[in-house]
Design a protein around this ligand. Structure first.
Ligand SMILES: Cc1cc2nc3c(=O)[nH]c(=O)nc-3n(C[C@H](O)[C@H](O)[C@H](O)COP(=O)(O)OP(=O)(O)OC[C@H]3O[C@@H](n4cnc5c(N)ncnc54)[C@H](O)[C@@H]3O)c2cc1C
Length: 612
């Protein structure tokens, strides 16, 4: 039924209540409501952004971040290893969650990264199984390119790796900048080959970026538009927006387990309670899911005590093991003949592009990011670099303040992760860095692009974070934001690898054929001959997030600091699950939305199996 009022929601009898109508949450809600005998309630704090062109037009991506209508706009605690800066961190607010705010890139991890979930103690979470759910969520449109051009652009999808009848449309941009091929050729000259199919478990190489755009309408395809909206007429799918969940209510069963019976939320200043007869599912994302667990009495007893929160389940893993991908931009001025995003600042050109958009063509119809590259250690550095990174990639080499108060169970789990990650460092199939191209000047505080010039950006990011952080409450009130302490760069391997990625990129700008189009450096203001100190200072100064935080309700054995088991059930409860990216125990190398959809799909099957 259409989005309901608080009176209708408060009177409904729910089987399942889902907190957070975001990426994984809406997948789960939609799939569960396929059974007309079940009633599903979704509580979302933000609004419905359907038909908002700022959300739907792909070329407008990245314009809504830092706007409180769309973005929770969190800030981290001061980051010791990044000049004590508080780093901004976006999270989507509204139906669709971060899939409504994200940059629409659709890429996948390597096979071993998903298999690692199983190795860490989660039966059934392996590549083959999770791939089936990634495919279930996907409708791939074959690229509209001649075969020889497709090969040149590095996009030859293998049908076996893709879905063609899932809800999320995946397509390729109708406009590809001519600079794309030059980037790929220069990468090849530096030893990184093209990868025409990066979605089949091997992402190393360069590629044409698929995006979640419906090519028939040239609009964003995301959890709200693709899963929820086409099914909102179902009478058993009941959604409320602008409703902020504040607490999960639990009672103790005879078995000693806690049973989640209800949720309180605030709407228009009024606190309302709804109950669920079967389960409550937390899908509030990597920052707000651990916060809601803690305010509800599930977390490290030492932390709950500080805030006078009654501890119902002492679960030290809650809010721990946070990992994120971090990036720094490199920007150059390019030849005037390149059509970059800057042309949209000219009213005449903007009008022409808006006209093209009506026919699903032009820069606005696709994302302005055509090329990604995943780079393994041996291409990034020499053998001495790689050996040093293997040594650094450990708990022992992390900055001492990080694990001072960490519970021994959490440390046990983290040490197992280091073991797995250090084995990946010297393997050619494992990327250590990612380059993300943007056809224009990436917005950087303090730098104003000259609209008459043309630019390109290559963002450098690390793929396997070795630093670990936390997200914990600052108050028993869920409406007060949590403290986000990611400890970015606290493991020196992260700093070294990111600095190497910057050096590699500066070298790329100086490599033919790309070098023929590059006119001048913009950021950093130095070239590839800069010294190591200058590069690391730049990294610390410019460090920002790629917005892929995970791990704060990790799916791991309880004795390894886990919060949920492999069926996503919170330890110590009989019917409270977490279904969002906070359950990811070990960061994957790629952007994470494909996994967020797969988590929602797999959770639906797990729950349906339980219900049968
Ligand atoms: C700016 C940005 C760009 C990105 N770009 C890409 C990209 O190009 N490709 C890619 O693969 N990934 C990208 N990502 C990452 C990816 O989109 C997200 O990690 C993923 O969508 C998160 O899904 P989730 O289900 O864990 O959480 P979300 O989708 O964030 O869902 C959480 C939901 O819970 C709601 N909520 C929170 N607290 C409460 C409460 N107390 N009561 C009620 N509701 C609540 C939120 O409003 C939100 O709707 C990007 C992310 C961002 C922020």
């Amino acid at each position: 039924m259409p989005i309901v009022t608080k009176d209708v929601f408060a009177k409904a009898a729910f089987d399942y209540v889902i907190i957070g109508g975001g990426t994984s949450g809406l997948v789960l809600a939609t799939r569960l409501s396929e059974n007309p005998n079940l009633t599903i309630g979704v509580i979302e704090a933000g609004v419905d952004h359907a038909d908002d062109p700022a959300v739907t037009i792909p070329g407008m991506m990245a314009r809504n971040t830092r706007n409180p209508r769309y973005d929770w706009e969190f800030y981290t605690e001061p980051q010791l290893h990044a000049f004590n800066r508080k780093i901004q961190s976006s999270r989507g607010k509204g139906l669709g969650g971060s899939s409504m705010l994200n940059n629409l890139a659709v890429v996948r991890p390597t096979r071993e990264e998903i298999d690692a979930f199983q190795k860490l103690g989660n039966p059934g979470w392996n590549w083959e199984n999770v791939l089936s759910y990634m495919k279930k969520s996907e409708h791939l449109y074959t690229p509209p390119l001649e075969p020889n051009v497709a090969k040149d652009y590095a996009v030859v999808p293998d049908p076996a790796a893709h879905g063609t009848d899932g809800p999320i449309s995946v397509s390729f941009p109708p406009y590809i900048s001519p600079i794309h091929k030059d980037i790929l050729d220069s990468l090849e000259n530096l030893g990184l080959p093209r990868n025409p199919e990066s979605a089949a478990g091997r992402n190393v190489g360069s590629l044409l970026v698929p995006s979640s755009v419906n090519p028939e309408t040239a609009t964003r395809s995301y959890a709200a538009s693709a899963y929820l909206m086409p099914n909102l007429q179902r009478r058993n799918l009941i959604v409320i927006t602008e409703a902020f969940a504040t607490k999960i209510l639990m009672i103790q069963e005879d078995s000693g387990l806690q049973r989640a019976v209800g949720v309180t939320f605030v709407k228009d200043g009024e606190e309302i309670r709804v109950d669920a007869s079967k389960e409550i599912i937390l899908s509030a994302g990597t920052f707000q899911t651990p916060q809601l667990l803690e305010v509800s009495g599930i977390g490290d007893a030492r932390i709950l005590k500080k805030f006078d929160i009654d501890c119902k389940i002492d679960l030290p893993g809650v809010g721990e093991n946070m990992q994120d991908h971090m990036k720094v931009p490199t920007i150059v001025q390019v030849d005037q003949k390149i059509q970059s995003l800057e042309i949209l600042r000219d009213p005449e050109q903007l009008e022409a592009q808006q006209e093209l958009y009506k026919h699903q063509q032009g820069i606005l119809a696709g994302i302005p990011s055509s090329c990604f590259a995943f780079i393994p250690g041996r291409v990034l550095g020499n053998s001495a670099d790689v050996s040093r990174w293997v040594t650094l990639a450990s708990f022992e080499s992390s900055s001492p303040e990080v694990f001072q108060n960490t519970h021994h169970s959490v440390l046990r789990g983290i040490k197992k992760q280091y073991q797995i990650m250090s084995e990946w460092i010297d393997k050619p199939v494992h990327p250590l860095a990612q380059l993300l191209n943007m056809n224009g000047h990436f917005p950087v505080p303090g730098l104003t692009p000259d609209p008459s010039k043309r630019y390109m950006t290559l963002i450098c990011a690390y793929t396997h974070p070795f630093s670990r952080g936390t997200v914990h409450v600052t108050s028993p009130d869920a409406q007060i934001p949590p403290a986000i302490q990611p400890n970015y760069l606290s493991n020196p391997a992260d700093l070294e690898i990111l600095s190497k990625a910057v050096k590699f990129t500066l070298n790329l700008y100086d490599t033919q054929p790309l070098s023929d189009l590059v006119l001048a450096p913009v950021a950093p203001p130095f070239n590839k001959d800069a010294g190591a100190e200058e590069v690391t200072a730049y990294v610390r100064q410019m460090l920002s997030t790629v917005h892929h935080p995970v791990g704060t309700a990790s799916m791991l054995p309880r004795e390894d600091g886990g919060v949920v088991n492999h069926e996503l059930l919170v330890y110590g409860t009989s019917n409270l699950r977490v279904v969002d990216c906070s359950i990811i125990p070990l960061e994957i190398s790629s952007n994470i939305v494909t996994l967020a959809y797969a988590i929602g799909e797999k959770a639906a099957d797990i729950i349906k199996g339980d219900a049968a």
